[in-house]
Design a protein around this ligand. Sequence first.
Ligand SMILES: NC(=O)C1=CN([C@@H]2O[C@H](COP(=O)(O)OP(=O)(O)OC[C@H]3O[C@@H](n4cnc5c(N)ncnc54)[C@H](OP(=O)(O)O)[C@@H]3O)[C@@H](O)[C@H]2O)[C@@H](O)CC1
Ligand SMILES: [K+]
Length: 518
Amino acid sequence: MKKLVNSKQMKAIDAYAIHTIGIPPLVLMENAAYSVVSCMEKSISKEDIILVVCGSGNNGGDGLAAARILLNRGYQVDVFLAGNPAHLSEETATQLKILENLEMVIWNHLEEVNFANYTILVDALFGIGLERDIEDEQAAVIAEMNTHEGIIFAVDMPSGISADDGKVKGTAVRADYTVTFGEEKVGQILFPGSEYCGTLVVTDIGFPPSAVDSVASEFYRYEKMDLARLPWRRAYSNKGTFGRVLIVAGAKNMSGAAYLSALAAYRTGAGLVEIMTVESNRLILQGQLPEAILTTINPDLLDTTEEKEKIKQAVGRSDVIVMGPGLGVSDKAKKVLDFVTLYAQVPLIVDADAINIAARYFNTFPLMRGNTCLRLNELNNSLPKGTILTPHLLELARLMDQPASDIQDNLLKTADSCTKDTDLVYVLKDARSVVAYEDERYLNYSGNNGMATAGTGDVLTGILAALIAQGMDSFEAAKLGVYIHGLAGDVAAAKKNRYSMIASDVVNGLEDVLGGMI
Ligand SMILES: NC(=O)C1=CN([C@@H]2O[C@H](COP(=O)(O)OP(=O)(O)OC[C@H]3O[C@@H](n4cnc5c(N)ncnc54)[C@H](OP(=O)(O)O)[C@@H]3O)[C@@H](O)[C@H]2O)[C@@H](O)CC1
Ligand SMILES: [K+]
């Protein structure tokens, strides 16, 4: 598990190291500069001509110190002080004085600098201290840097990317490498920041563990060693030991979603998977997945005691229920969901059409139009404890009755609204999914853009259900499930490629992930 921090938390770690422990800021700055240079030295040569672009804050100070180290080591290096000289921080002023004493070339105005003369750029304009949108001269500097053809090394953050949420503040440097200090920043994990970072290199610049531990953070991500969290499989076992999953899915002609969800549940270790669907899907599902038990219902007879009893029995014998994949949004599908929700006392995985059905239902009440709070409360009151909702951004927009662009722009704030006063777990599916429960925020760092293909969401539901069926708590299952799903997608991309891979390749990838082959 890796802790992630926002700018406020990182500044608090800096402050603890400096003021409580007594490490002089210039020591940290020197270490930061050395770590930037040692990363650069893996890619540069003495033939390169390097320009270090510096702002007036401490990020600029890191850049000035790096320029000095490069000069000392015999590299050809100039400096462009693009920040306001009247605003130099104390440490940055010290670094500048040293460079002046060394008679280094220091440009002060954009018009003086010919970027084409340089083969390598170092971006030390802004780090975690970026506070407002970049405009005017600073924006022009970044525009010049982004048209440059050589390698760009960013110091701590690509300038213009918010360390808090990965958003571009006006404009931002597109780096090839970002050398960051101490802890990974939230804005380096979320998009678009993650993409602007290029290759992210995390370096130790001497923050003592006590400084890091002194600051709590709600953000973290998993890494490979977190696969050890997988539920332990007892030797003395039978299929009942590993739980029973019910998948309520697949309207007429939509059996594929039910199949992918059920297959993924089996491949993640569920003991038994039952699919509740319509009779017309029976033959195809039995042919595709004979291991699954089928219960078929007749949507035209939902008011009869017999059909209701069938649903009640199936719900009653399950440990976890997936509702939604390929279900459609008809009134009959809503009725099935109403019965399942009424009878269920185990966690549900609410996905796809189940979310769309809830959104449509809310829209029938004038009071609920645009009232996100009321909608989320209603969900909380009607769904069993431990339920996981897995909306992608469009589904979430419908559910909350808000523009999708607002949700995309404010993913972390959206997570805060979703988890306020609720027992539900939210998986906000995006290129970097956020799993949110109470005050904790898990940011997922596995997966790739090849997974943006039909059916991968169905696969995720099966993985989550299987983990819960094997005894995991819902929040842990959601985090680990999202992580495993992404890793399985990475295996699929490596075996096929990001263009050709399809959802069933992600299911096949589970074998390597769960078999410890990655
Ligand atoms: N503290 C430490 O111990 C350590 C810190 N370290 C390093 O320091 C970095 C943080 O330094 P920081 O806090 O000085 O902030 P930083 O990123 O340089 O930016 C502030 C400057 O930018 C300016 N500015 C901001 N927004 C702007 C805008 N939109 N448009 C224009 N100007 C804007 C702002 O100007 P002002 O608001 O004063 O006009 C101010 O001058 C950190 O990322 C790491 O690299 C390491 O050395 C390790 C030890
Ligand atoms: K920077």
